[in-house]
Design a protein around this ligand. Structure first.
Ligand code: KG4
Ligand code: ZN
Length: 362
C-alpha cells in the first residue's frame, strides 16, 4: 500500500484542529502539519466550555484550518489517501461540525472516511513523536478523561481502569477556580504551587490500596476547593495549590503502579512500555511521580511533546491512517456520538462514568 497521507480533523471540545500525517508501511509517522485554533478566550469569561459557543466557533474556522493544514504540508487535496475526523466522544455540536467537514471532503474527493474515537487518538498520540511499538500501557489524563488502557493496537484498547467521578484535569480546573486562577486552572495552579509546602494541608487519599485501577477525584476536589476558598494570604494559597497537586499526582502514580502490575502479569516476557497522554501530562509533578513509578516497575516511560498531549488533529490523522491501513473505514452516514467508550465491553460490564462538564468520560 505504500505511504498513506491522511487529513485529520478534531472538533470535539474547545479546539478546532486540522493536521496532515503521513504514515509509512512500517508504521513510522511523519506530522506534515498540525494547526489549532483555540477557543480558550471565548470560554474564559464563563469559567468552562460553553457547548453552544464552541459549536459556532468550530463552524467559523474549520474550513480555514483544513486549508491551512494542507498549505503548511505543501500538498493539495489530491495528495490525500483518506480523511479522518473525530466522531466522539465530546460535545455533540462540535463533533458534528468536524465530522460533517470530513464527510464533505471524503465525498468530494472520492476517498475513504475514517470516523475516529477521540480517546483512540489520545491513546496513539505517543506514536507521533517516537517509535513506540505495540503493546504499551497508557495513562490518559485530560480535562475530560482519566483512564488506564492496555493499547494492543489500533482498534484494540483494553480499559484497565477509569475515573468513577471527575477527570484529573477537571479537579485541577475546579481547584484553580476556587483559588481565583484563570481557566484552565491546571497550568496556573502548577505555577502557584512552586515553592509551596505540599504537606501542610492534609487532603483525602481516595482509592489508595484499592485492588482495581479506578480513580476518584471528587472528594479531593471538594476538600481542596474548600481550603482554597479559605486561603487568604499568598503563602496559604501556594500551600493549598501544592497540596492539591501532590494529592492528584499521588493518586495517578498509585493507580498507575497497580495497573503496571496487572499489565506485566498479562504480558509476561514482553517489553514493559508505559506512556502518558492528555493535557495533565504537561504537569511537572505528575511526570516526576509517573517516571519514578515506571522506573520502579521496570517500564520505559514515554510522554509526547505538549503539542500532542493536549487536543490536536495529528493524533486523529494518525489513528485514521492506521485504521485505513487495517481496512477499518467508515460509511458516509456514520453518526456523531456524544458518548463513545473506547473499550465498549469494559464500559458495559463496569459503567463507572458519570456525566460531566465535557459530556463524556466513558
Ligand atoms: O487534553 P486537554 O487539552 O483537553 C481535554 O481533552 O480535556 O486537557 C486539558 C486539561 C485541563 O483540565 C488543564 O487544566 C489540564 O489539562 N492541564 C494541566 C496542565 N496543563 C494542562 N493540569 C495540570 N498541570 C498542567 N501544567
Ligand atoms: Zn482530549
Amino acid at each position: 500500500m505504500g505511504d498513506l497521507t491522511v487529513l485529520g480533523i478534531e472538533t470535539s471540545c474547545d479546539e478546532t484542529a486540522a493536521a496532515v500525517v503521513r504514515v509509512g508501511e512500517s508504521g513510522q509517522a511523519e506530522v506534515m502539519s498540525s494547526v489549532i485554533s483555540s477557543q480558550v478566550e471565548a470560554h474564559a469569561p464563563y469559567g468552562g466550555v460553553v457547548p453552544e459557543i464552541a459549536a459556532r466557533a468550530h463552524v467559523e474556522v474549520v474550513d480555514a484550518m483544513v486549508l491551512e493544514a494542507l498549505s503548511r504540508a505543501a500538498i493539495g487535496f489530491e495528495a490525500l489517501d483518506g480523511v479522518a475526523a473525530t466522531a466522539g466522544p465530546g460535545l455533540i455540536g462540535g463533533v458534528m461540525v468536524g465530522l460533517s467537514t470530513g464527510k464533505a471532503v471524503a465525498m468530494a474527493l472520492g476517498i475513504p472516511l475514517v470516523a475516529v474515537n477521540h480517546l483512540e487518538g489520545h491513546a496513539l498520540s505517543p506514536r507521533l513523536a517516537e517509535d513506540l511499538p505495540y503493546p504499551y500501557l497508557l495513562l490518559l489524563v485530560s480535562g475530560g478523561h482519566c483512564q488506564l488502557l492496555a493499547v494492543e493496537g489500533v482498534g484494540a484498547c483494553e480499559r484497565l481502569g477509569s475515573t468513577i467521578d471527575d477527570a484529573a484535569g477537571e479537579a485541577f480546573d475546579k481547584i484553580g477556580k476556587a483559588l481565583g486562577l484563570p481557566y484552565p486552572g491546571g497550568p496556573a495552579l502548577e505555577k502557584l504551587a512552586l515553592g509551596g509546602d505540599p504537606e501542610r494541608f492534609p487532603l483525602p487519599r481516595a482509592m489508595v490500596g484499592r485492588k482495581d485501577c479506578d480513580f476518584s477525584f471528587s472528594g479531593l476536589k471538594t476538600a481542596a476547593a474548600r481550603l482554597a476558598e479559605a486561603a487568604r494570604s499568598e503563602p496559604d494559597r501556594r500551600d493549598v495549590a501544592a497540596a492539591a497537586q501532590a494529592a492528584i499526582a499521588g493518586q495517578l502514580a498509585e493507580r498507575t503502579a497497580r495497573a503496571m502490575g496487572l499489565y506485566a502479569g498479562r504480558h509476561e516476557g514482553a517489553p514493559r512500555r508505559f506512556a502518558v497522554a492528555g493535557g495533565v501530562a504537561a504537569n511537572g509533578e505528575v511526570r516526576r511521580r509517573l517516571t519514578a513509578v515506571a522506573t520502579e516497575h521496570g517500564f520505559s516511560f514515554a510522554a509526547p511533546p505538549l503539542a500532542y498531549c493536549t487536543d490536536n488533529a495529528a493524533m486523529i490523522a494518525l489513528a485514521g491512517a492506521e485504521r485505513l491501513r487495517a481496512g477499518l473505514t467508515s460509511p458516509l452516514d456514520v453518526a456523531a456520538r456524544p458518548r463513545w467508550p473506547l473499550d465498549e465491553a469494559a464500559a458495559a460490564a463496569r459503567p463507572t462514568h458519570a456525566p460531566g462538564r465535557k459530556g463524556a468520560k466513558a
